[in-house]
Design a protein around this ligand. Structure first.
Ligand code: GLV
Length: 386
């Protein structure tokens, strides 16, 4: 028998990938050292050397999150995998969850929780808005949720949300506190244990500068107590923490058994990115992001661009300048400067443009390049008709 579908012509051409300045909200450029780690020879996902590497990753995440939680792993998947893992494992159908929405990530978690049958309560602000602890406590008292979700680094709004005191409020009302730090980890301070955060997750591809596809997550004892005393099994087999805790050697059992095949190269790269963060130090990384962001803000204001408050040092949002078409500006910048900046996301679409300078990309020289590209776009992108 012969094949009737011929080899596709595209597959007979070599892979082509352009070099780009990834100055959007992620992924960010991956430094050569991390790329090299990801290109090491593959070993089996259940080899003892792999377990060592996974143990190292766990330690690296504990440092990045500032936690001593034993239940600390990396998901096989992007930040969304960690987001779903958190909700699927700690919430059962019919339970009430409260979601703070001030950009796309709260919207996403609300939809995920709804899909698994939770009773979802939303607190909503326009992108860039933030919630006071009083507002949060009032809503928790009213809805009695088992889980409260907040985004620390709202990349769609460019906002870094204050976290202090919220963990204590959640404890007082017997509710778990879930925080998303995909866009802020390594760029803005977060202290999982000290801030009484029960579940924290992040992504690999932002300030950590690893390729997309792995996602750190950690659960404290309160979260473990809830997720390991469920009446129903979580809807996802892949994201079931009963299995994942064994795969990551966190369940105290002598042997790890096959659950799924983790992204071996992705874990090598993640280990290297966490090693770079450990060598550099969190304080130094936070300081650098703050300094470069402040430098970028000054340059943007000099260009007459308007910024928002409570700024996230990793992703900066600017209001779309009056009379300009943001799509045209972004296309111009990509075409002439080989540089990615992006528009808004979810509720911030049509409202903002976003510049991300994260980790390896977080340098004043890169801020200068981004400012130069924006100035050029402002000069050459014709104003749209009023
Ligand atoms: C994605 O993570 C984004 O903020 O655009």
């Amino acid at each position: 028998s012969s094949v009737t579908i011929p080899p596709p012509a595209c597959m007979l051409r070599p892979l082509e990938v352009p070099l780009r300045y990834l100055f959007g909200p992620g992924p960010s450029n991956v430094p050569p050292r991390i790329l090299a780690a990801g290109s090491r020879p593959i070993i089996g996902h259940l080899h003892p050397e792999m377990y060592e590497i996974m143990n190292d990753i766990k330690k690296g995440i504990q440092y990045a999150f500032q936690t001593e939680n034993n239940m600390t792993i990396a998901m096989s998947g992007s930040g969304h995998a960690a987001m779903e893992c958190a909700v699927f494992n700690t919430v059962e159908p019919g339970e009430s969850v409260l979601i703070a929405i001030n950009g796309i990530w709260g919207e996403r978690v609300a939809e995920i929780a709804e899909r698994m049958g939770a009773n979802v309560q939303r607190m909503v602000k326009t992108p860039g808005g933030y919630f006071t602890n009083t507002e949060i406590e009032q809503a928790i008292k009213k809805h009695k949720p088992v889980l409260f979700f907040l985004t620390h680094g709202e990349s769609s709004a460019g906002l870094c949300h204050p976290v202090d005191g919220i963990g204590d409020i959640c404890r007082k009302h017997d509710c778990l506190f879930l925080v998303d730090t995909v866009a802020s980890l390594g760029a803005a301070p977060i202290f999982m244990d000290k801030q009484n955060i029960d579940i924290l997750y992040s992504g690999s591809q932002k300030a950590l500068n690893a390729p997309p596809g792995t996602a750190p997550i950690s659960f404290n004892d309160r979260a473990c107590h809830k997720m390991f005393n469920r009446k129903t099994k979580p809807v996802s087999y892949l994201f079931d923490m009963t299995h994942l805790s064994n795969y990551w050697g966190c369940d105290g059992k002598p042997a790890r058994v096959y659950h799924h095949t983790g992204p071996v190269s992705g874990f090598f790269a993640l280990r290297e990115s966490l090693a770079i963060l450990a060598e550099r130090g969190l304080e130094e990384s936070w300081k650098k992001h703050k300094e470069v962001a402040a430098y970028l803000y000054r340059g943007l204001e000099d260009l007459g661009l308007k910024l928002f408050d409570l700024r996230l040092p990793s992703v900066t949002t600017i209001a779309i300048p009056e009379g300009y078409d943001w799509r045209e500006m972004l296309t111009y910048i990509m075409k002439h400067h080989h540089m990615e900046m992006t528009g808004g996301l979810g509720p911030s679409i049509g409202m903002v443009m976003r510049i991300g300078l994260m980790g390896y990309n977080c340098e004043k020289t890169n801020a200068d390049m981004a400012l130069h590209a924006l100035a050029d776009a402002l000069k050459n992108c014709k104003k749209s008709k009023p």
